[in-house]
Each structure stands twice: as structure tokens, then as C-alpha cells.
Design a protein around this ligand. Structure first.
Ligand SMILES: Cc1cc2nc3c(=O)[nH]c(=O)nc-3n(C[C@H](O)[C@H](O)[C@H](O)COP(=O)(O)OP(=O)(O)OC[C@H]3O[C@@H](n4cnc5c(N)ncnc54)[C@H](O)[C@@H]3O)c2cc1C
Length: 463
């Protein structure tokens, strides 16, 4: 039976359900808590009492950094959050002043920038966000509960809840139950089943854009000592055409580095000690190799593959299932080397909170949310997918002006090794504080032309 259109209806704000207690689900729950009497966050994992990686979030064992815009967004959602994170041992860094960035092999000229990023493990960030969410009045976080699918009205116009299967701790599965809800927010990550659920209910699947990146990550943790990497907080060695490999160091705590090596599009870092060192030595900057050579390892290297950035265009659907939203990686997941996922998730929660404050029309909410969330996603998508399409091997649609833009940005990156203003703008854009168009302002074009003459060779030395 085809779903029918119903007249506008005021929202039932008694109960909302969120699928997934990752960063997207938790921040969405924060937004919902202001508007709904009760909010239930469901996750199939057992949720650890201390910051620890878990099965449902395999990337939680890999290096994460919280971009400047993401830090601001979490602070906006949870006032006092950043101080709390720092008090728990996380670090903050001026990303141009205290981190060495290598762009196309050039060392971006270090200078104070005011672009502040945070170093903390992914489990640490989730742990503090979850504690704040669980303490909100009306919010319950239920672990060990798998969501099987939505329950809809007989005419399939809107959701009325979800079917779930509680997973008993002794691995014996308990029976199914239904949890009624006026709104369901899917934040179940990259493997979201919403496109299938929609199809089963007679709705079209959203169109998908994919850019194959084929990223392989190998992360290992090391003891950080004050003399390492000149006392700096971290390093980012960004891959570029001709060298589709990179690496990064983030100070997760004063005494702990997360170090990642990664490769794109067929390039894979090894996960054994000698192989990792040789790979690190092939990178344009010395810092990763220095840490691998001289710092005490704290665990074994962990490998993870990430096939493609994927964007689901729910905003383009002409019919929506009432009361069903999708957020976070389930909506759009980005090549992780750009470090954008947590920021985009928190920004989507801010957008959701604003929409819920503005109106109570339940059926119009999905359309309004997906449009607003698409705007949030546009910029990180442009940066990540656009960056990947620089590589001739990357599969994805290229626009007619891409070649010209790419040539300009190549000159820009070289010029940023000389002109710290160009570096600051580049990082402000990468950290989502400023729109990408800023890189092309007349003042910046002039600086690029001026600096181009003075730019150093591809392997930068500190000016
Ligand atoms: C290798 C790697 C490195 C990354 N590095 C960074 C970085 O440096 N900075 C950054 O900001 N982002 C980074 N990201 C992205 C970031 O981890 C995510 O974007 C962010 O955590 C938001 O994810 P999410 O909450 O949407 O989904 P997830 O973290 O995948 O969470 C989904 C949750 O849903 C639960 N779930 C799934 N299905 C069901 C079901 N049917 N029933 C109940 N529960 C269910 C899962 O158990 C899980 O808890 C990285 C990603 C990868 C892969």
C-alpha cells in the first residue's frame, strides 16, 4: 500500500527515541531534551563506565581530533564541556602555532592563529558527552538494545515507535518489544538501515553520493615526553597527488600521543614496527618517525579500513516518513583524515534544537531538518570529497572548474609555507570556522601571487 499524505499535525512531544549512543545520537538527544518530555537513547553495545573503545564504534580505537568548530559546538550544547574535558587530561592546541602542518609536502608557516583544536581520544569525548546527556532530566540511555526497525501508522504516514530486541548479557537474546515514540532519530552510523526501512514502507530510497577514498588507518599510542617533537602538541602530514600517504600525531593527554599512519587509494601502511617506521620515514616531515623511533609504545598498532565518503541525500526526497530523522554518519560520513565527523554531528544537533524551538509541526520536521542538515554537511563534504578528487585515482564526479580551482589551491598551499596569514585562513577553513570561499577572496589571491615567489621547496624547513 502506498503511503498517503496527511494534514499537518502538532507534534506529540511526549517521547522521542534516538537509535545509537555515539556522538551523533548523544548530541541529538541533547537537542531533543529541551523539547520532549522523555528521550530514550538506545544502543546495542554495552556502554563502558570508563572511557574505553567498544564494538559498535570500531573507529574509537583510531586517532581522533576535535576540530575548532566542533569544540565550539559541543561547548554550545554542553556549557562548560571543554573545561571538563581539559580537567580530565585532554589537551588544547593552537593548531598553527603548536602543530606542524605539511601541505603538499610544504611546512605551513607556524604562527599563533587562534584556531584551537582539542586532543582527546574518541572514547574520552563520548564518555563526557554521555555523562552530560544521561544527567539531563527526562533522558534515559539504554544499552544492550538492538533496534530492528520502525513501527508506522497503518497508512505508513509516520512512525509511532521502534521494534527492539534487548540483548541479554549472557548472549541469550530476549524477545522483541515495541517502544512507542512520536519522533525517531536514527544515529546508527555508517551502517544505518534507514534506506532499507523506507523502501519497505513504500518510500523512495535517498540518492547517494560516494567518493571512493580507500583509506587504511594504523593507529598506535606512545608515551609523550616533553622533549618529543620539539615540545609541540602534534603534527599533520596531509597526503597529496604523488604521495597518497600521510600521518598525524595528536596529544590525547599531556603524557600520551596517538600516532596514525594512513594511506589512500591503494596505499596501505604496514602494522609492524619496522614497516611503520619505514613508512613514517617516507613522509615529508620528521616528527612521526621520531616518535616511532624514540617513544615508548603503550599498546599494539590497530588497523582500520574506510572505503568511501558517503552522503545520503534525504534532503532531495519529495516524500518523507513523518517523525523519522537521520543524523551523523548515517546521514553523511566523511573521509576520516579530515577529522570532521564529530563536528558535523554536533552542528546537526544544534540545527535540530533550533528547529524544535521554532515549531511544533511534526510532519514538516523531516523536510526542514534534512534541508538544514544538508547545509551543515555541504562544507565538510566540499572539503573532504573535493580534496579526495584531487587524486586522479579517486572515483567521483568532477566539475568543469575543478582543474582551475585545484591549480589555485596548489599554489595556495605552497604560499602558506611563507605567509602565515594564508596558513591561518587555510586552517580556519579546515576547522570549519570560515567558509571555503574565504580562500579565494581578492586579498588572499593577491597574497598567494606575492608569496609564490618566496615559497620554499616541497620539504619545508621551519622559517
Ligand atoms: C578511522 C576514523 C577516524 C576518525 N577520526 C575522526 C576525527 O579525528 N575527528 C572527528 O571529528 N571524526 C572522526 N571520525 C568520524 C567520527 O568517529 C564519527 O563521525 C562520529 O563519531 C559520529 O559518529 P556517529 O555517532 O554518527 O556514528 P557511530 O560512532 O558509528 O555510532 C553509531 C552507534 O549506533 C549504534 N547502533 C548501530 N546500529 C544500531 C542498532 N540497530 N540498534 C542500536 N544501536 C545501534 C552503535 O553501537 C554505535 O554506538 C573518524 C572516523 C573513522 C572511521
Amino acid at each position: 500500500m502506498a503511503p498517503t499524505t496527511r494534514p499537518a499535525r502538532a507534534a506529540d512531544r511526549s517521547h522521542a527515541v534516538v537509535i545509537g549512543a555515539g556522538l551523533a545520537g548523544l548530541t541529538a538527544a541533547r537537542a531533543l531534551a529541551d523539547a520532549y518530555e522523555r528521550v530514550t537513547v538506545l544502543d546495542r553495545d554495552a556502554l563502558p563506565a570508563d572511557p574505553a573503545s567498544r564494538r559498535g564504534v570500531p573507529q574509537s580505537r583510531q586517532l581522533h581530533v576535535l576540530l575548532a568548530r566542533g569544540a565550539q559546538a559541543l561547548e554550545e550544547l554542553f556549557p562548560g564541556f571543554l573545561e571538563e574535558l581539559l580537567a580530565a587530561g585532554a589537551t588544547r592546541a593552537d593548531t598553527q602555532g603548536e602543530v606542524h602542518w605539511y601541505l603538499d609536502g610544504h611546512l605551513l608557516r607556524p604562527a599563533p592563529s587562534g584556531v584551537i583544536s582539542y586532543g582527546a581520544s574518541r572514547p574520552r569525548v563520548e564518555h563526557h558527552v554521555r555523562a552530560r546527556v544521561a544527567a539531563l532530566p527526562g533522558v534515559t540511555v539504554r544499552e544492550g538494545v538492538e533496534v530492528l526497525g520502525p513501527v508506522a501508522t497503518p497508512d505508513r504516514g509516520r512512525v509511532t515507535g521502534v521494534r527492539v530486541r534487548p540483548l541479554a548479557r549472557d548472549t541469550e537474546e530476549a524477545g522483541e518489544e515495541t517502544i512507542p515514540a512520536g519522533l525517531v532519530v536514527d544515529a546508527s552510523g555508517r551502517a544505518s538501515r534507514v534506506p532499507v526501512w523506507l523502501e519497505e514502507l513504500g518510500y523512495p530510497r535517498p540518492r547517494q553520493t560516494r567518493v571512493r577514498a580507500d583509506v587504511v588507518y594504523v593507529t598506535r599510542h606512545f608515551r609523550r615526553e616533553p622533549h618529543h617533537i620539539g615540545g609541540r602538541s602534534g603534527v599533520a602530514l596531509v597526503p597529496f597527488p604523488g604521495l597518497p600517504r600521510g600521518g598525524a600525531i595528536v596529544s590525547e593527554r599531556k603524557d600520551r600521543f596517538a600516532v596514525v599512519l594512513f594511506g589512500l587509494l591503494g596505499e596501505e601502511p604496514p602494522a609492524d614496527e619496522a614497516g611503520m617506521l619505514a613508512y613514517a620515514e617516507s613522509l615529508p616531515g620528521p616528527d612521526v618517525a621520531e616518535v616511532l623511533r624514540t617513544a615508548e609504545p603503550l599498546n599494539e598498532p590497530v588497523r582500520m579500513r574506510y572505503p568511501a565518503s558517503v552522503r545520503h541525500h534525504y534532503e532531495k526526497l519529495d516524500r518523507h516518513l513523518g517523525g523519522l530523522l537521520v543524523t551523523g554518519d548515517a546521514l553523511c560520513s566523511f573521509n576520516p583524515t579530515y577529522g570532521q565527523g564529530m563536528t558535523a554531528a554536533a552542528q546537526q544537533a544544534i540545527v535540530l534544537r533550533a528547529l524544535l524551538t521554532r515549531g511544533r509541526d511534526a510532519d514538516g520536521l523531516p523536510r526542514r531538518f534534512f534541508r538544514a542538515a544538508a547545509k551543515v554537511v555541504d562544507t565538510p563534504w566540499l572539503l573532504a570529497a573535493g580534496g579526495d578528487l584531487r587524486f586522479p585515482e579517486a572515483e567521483g564526479r568532477r566539475g568543469p572548474a575543478d582543474g582551475l580551482l585545484d591549480r589555485y589551491l596548489t599554489r595556495y598551499r605552497a604560499a602558506a609555507s611563507v605567509d602565515p596569514v594564508l596558513g591561518r585562513t587555510f586552517l580556519s577553513v579546515a576547522h570549519m570556522l570560515q567558509p571555503p570561499a574565504r580562500l579565494m577572496s581578492p586579498g588572499h589571491v593577491l597574497r598567494v601571487l606575492r608569496a609564490a615567489r618566496g615559497a620554499g621547496g616541497p620539504v619545508g624547513t621551519e622559517p
